[in-house]
Structures are given as C-alpha cells and as structure tokens.
Ligand binder design. Structure first.
Ligand SMILES: [Mg+2]
Length: 232
C-alpha cells in the first residue's frame, strides 16, 4: 500500500541533475578555452586525473570545515595547475570562476527527471535539500527548467548545516511546514541523504543510478527515476 506522503524532498546533484556529465563537459570546454595544451598539459585526461584527486581531498576538508567554499573552488584548479607545472594564480582564479559560471549553465538531467517531476507535481509538495553552493544550485534549477516544480529549495548554506546533520532537516521542516512522518527523502547518497533522513525518522528512497552493492536498510530503492512512478 502506498503511504500517503505530503512532502517529497529531493537531493539535486547526481539524483536529478547529472553532475558528472555536466562537470565533465564544463572542464573539457575550459581545457580548450584556457589553452592548457599550449601551456604544457599533454591532454584533458592528464588534467582530469590530477584534478579529480585534488578535488576529492579538498571536498573532505570542506566537509570538515577546515576550508571554505571559495578556497575549495580556487585551490582545486590552482593546485592542479601547480602539480602540472603551471604556477599561475591568475589562471587558477579565472578557471575557478569559469567553472562556477559554466557548470551552472549546464542542463543534463538523468533520464525521466522531468517526467517524474511532472508526475509528482500535482500530487505532492516537492522540495530540494542540497549541500551544493547556494547561487549555483538556483541557477542549475532555473537553467534546466526544473525550478517551477519545487515549493522550496533548502541549501546547506542557508541552513548553516550540511546533510546528514539533522539540523538541515529540522530547518527544512520549519521552512516547509512538513512533518517527518508525512515526508520522504529521495537521494543518491547513502551516507548523506539516506542516513540523514533516517536519523530524523523520515522515510527514504535511495536512487541507485550506479547499481552499487550495499546493505543499508532503506525504505525504498530504485535504479532509475522512472521506477518512482510505480512507488509514489
Ligand atoms: Mg547527490
């Protein structure tokens, strides 16, 4: 039997909005635009390999609050350039702002993202809870034509806490007037979205796009957004 939810909370990145594809395309365009090959970096893949490791390490620092978002964004490019033999702060700064601007304009969504929102929209109040940067998340929603489906957008910056911290969920409940037992959190991250919602006593739907093996207890699990239509 379908539970009569009133509120649906979606994660954005890698749940609805195809972060990997959008980020990859942005970085490829930047590699050409900033003529990194002429600056001595042999290929986009060589750049990407270094960037990926640095970005992961910096995100871990950001989550532990040892660096802020500006430093994260600057250093993932500047540190990558330095390792590849280009010590150029100005270039690092230009790339950091080009990335934010470029990625916000990208619009690749996971298959059925729009269809599922169209399906849920008349039946529920739909919201976003995201750990992404405030200004970027609003642009992504607008540019990809998804903004009209969401009654509210809760960002970690506005809430002053990041998922899975219960504080961001409590903030979301206050802002939307939702109760945990009439809400479900839909997201792609077991530690962030699913564990966070579970801590609040809220039902969770794990969007397992990559078909990862796991043993987490989840209320529901789907491998494609399309499956949501049969569940909600
Ligand atoms: Mg996500």
């Amino acid at each position: 039997m379908k539970k009569p939810y009133k509120h649906i909370f979606f994660d954005l990145d890698h749940t609805l909005w195809d972060f990997e594809r959008n980020a990859e395309e942005t970085k490829r365009e930047m590699f050409d635009r900033f003529q990194l090959k002429d600056r001595g970096i042999e290929s986009f893949d060589a750049f990407k390999e270094i960037y990926t490791g640095i970005n992961l390490a910096l995100w871990a620092c950001y989550r532990e609050d040892t660096i802020g978002k500006e430093e994260l964004n600057f250093r993932r490019f500047y540190d990558t350039l330095c390792i590849l033999g280009i010590n150029d702060r100005n270039l690092g700064e230009s790339m950091a702002s080009a990335f934010i601007e470029g990625i916000s304009a990208k619009t690749y969504l996971f298959p059925y993202a729009k269809e599922i929102l169209e399906y849920l929209f008349p039946k529920y109040l739909i919201h976003i809870i995201t750990n992404g940067f405030e200004e970027v998340q609003y642009s992504k929603l607008r540019n990809s034509g998804m903004d009209r489906y969401f009654s509210s957008v809760i960002t970690s910056e506005a809430a002053g806490a990041r998922k899975p911290d219960p504080e961001i969920f409590q903030y979301a409940m206050r802002k939307t007037g939702a109760m945990c037992d009439e809400s479900i959190m839909i997201g792609d991250d077991l530690e962030v979205d699913i564990a966070g919602a579970r801590l609040m006593g809220m039902d969770q739907m794990y969007v397992n796009h990559d078909q990862k093996q796991h043993s987490e207890p989840v209320t529901m699990e789907v491998f494609s957004l399309f499956e949501i239509m049969g569940l909600l």
